[in-house]
Design a protein around this ligand. Structure first.
Ligand SMILES: CC(C)(COP(=O)(O)OP(=O)(O)OC[C@H]1O[C@@H](n2cnc3c(N)ncnc32)[C@H](O)[C@@H]1OP(=O)(O)O)[C@@H](O)C(=O)NCCC(=O)NCCS
Length: 367
């Protein structure tokens, strides 16, 4: 059975920064309150011309560069997002087209902030089964578009960004070792975005009622998150046959500094074993785990040979954890330039659209 290694990684974070100070000009809050209650100091907000697919493509190209893998070699693309570009088509298909992943299957996976763990596990299982060799997993968010900037309960929390992992099959032991995924839909009401779906299709009334904004029972989510995080870490480690002593880093979903602090106490592990960067990004939902991972790699914290636990939780309710033996890129003699495939992808997309237009024109004549 092949192993599923994480061989590439990349992130894309929009440049514009929104500080707590800036938010205090929009709602009745202040920097001290936000930092004390969440650990957040600032977050990045997508420009008007940036979408989940824009950020996802940038993160993907970087991840493919690290993995030294051409987009044409990808078998599968999974995008996970709490703020997808559309209900359909899947954001993953937009990414597939823009990076030129000519033979990849592509779909979106919705598990809110647990999405990156769910998706990475699904890609790893597909590789472990032997049915595919190369997968791309992307968490991408422009949650700022669904944030009610008049609601101080939620607008202080979220930020935009994207992160991607490349997973590849290898006979060398390592990579994704174990994962647990859980859900409890009885808590569905705790964190929602109700508007625009089949139950509340967009109407003037739904817009008026603010159903297109994130709504949250903060206290309920806080209680849930602190209860499940530690448990999930323990479960995934048990499944991997490992113990916390063997783990170099825990990389949690970055929702609230205090939630991470409470989880650390629960598993009796010092906070310095956790990678925490919520201060500068806020909660970027599905993108928070890869963004924290890539920063930790860039700082020289996460290294080849490390055992890492990823842990996440979110709306659904969903939660999960994953144990990974971190290896890094698979050595290869070839040298590919994934960014060069973008020009080819643009041309290919243009030609296909043109052919579709011509086909449509002639088929109308036939009718
Ligand atoms: C949202 C959250 C930060 C609120 O913190 P909290 O400590 O629970 O705060 P409370 O809701 O108890 O509010 C305490 C007081 O601060 C006020 N308050 C709430 N938001 C505020 C803000 N942004 N600025 C200033 N005061 C605020 C409340 O009105 C309340 O005032 P009151 O005591 O006069 O009624 C916290 O519950 C949380 O982080 N929950 C988890 C959310 C999350 O992670 N969601 C994503 C999951 S993926």
């Amino acid at each position: 059975m092949p192993f599923a290694h994480i061989t590439g990684w990349g992130i894309s974070v929009p440049e514009p920064v929104l500080t707590n100070e800036d938010i205090s000009k929009m709602v009745d809050t202040n920097d001290e309150w936000i930092r004390d209650h969440t650990g957040i100091r600032e977050r990045h907000i997508a420009r008007e011309d940036q979408f989940p697919s824009t950020l996802a493509v940038e993160a993907s190209i970087k991840a493919l560069q690290v993995a030294n893998l051409a987009p044409t070699e990808l078998d599968l693309i999974i995008v996970t997002s709490s703020s997808p570009e559309y209900i359909f088509p899947a954001t993953a298909c937009l990414v597939q087209d823009q990076i030129g992943a000519t033979k990849a299957g592509a779909f979106d996976l919705l598990a809110a902030c647990s999405g990156f763990i769910y998706s990475t596990n699904m890609a790893a299982q597909a590789i472990r089964s032997g049915s595919i060799k190369n997968a791309l997993v992307i968490g991408t968010e422009t949650l700022s578009r669904f944030t009610n900037w008049k609601d101080r309960n939620t607008c202080i929390l979220f930020g935009d960004g994207a992160g991607a992992f490349v997973l590849q099959a290898s006979d060398v032991p390592g990579g994704v070792i174990s994962a647990v995924m859980h859900s409890d839909g009885s808590g569905a009401d705790s964190l929602t975005l109700l508007g625009g779906g089949a139950r509340h299709p967009a109407t003037e009334a739904t817009v008026h009622e603010g159903k297109h904004f994130i709504q949250m029972d903060g206290k309920a989510v806080f209680r849930f998150a602190t209860r499940v995080m530690g448990q999930a870490i323990k479960e995934a480690l048990e499944l991997a046959g490992s113990s916390l002593n063997e783990v170099q880093w825990i990389i949690p979903h970055q929702a609230n500094y205090r939630i991470i602090e409470t989880a650390a106490k629960y598993i009796k592990t010092p906070l310095d074993k956790f990678i925490i960067n919520i201060e500068r990004y806020g909660n970027t939902s599905t993108a928070s785990i890869p963004i924290a991972t890539v920063e930790a790699i860039q700082k020289g914290q996460v290294k080849s040979g490390d055992k890492i636990v990823f842990v996440g939780f979110g709306a659904g309710l969903t939660w999960g954890a994953m144990v990974v033996d971190w290896t890094g890129p698979i050595p290869a003699k070839k040298h590919v330039h994934p960014e060069q495939y973008r020009a080819f992808a643009r041309l290919r997309s243009f030609v296909r659209r043109a052919i579709r237009l011509i086909e449509g024109f002639f088929s109308r004549k036939e009718l």
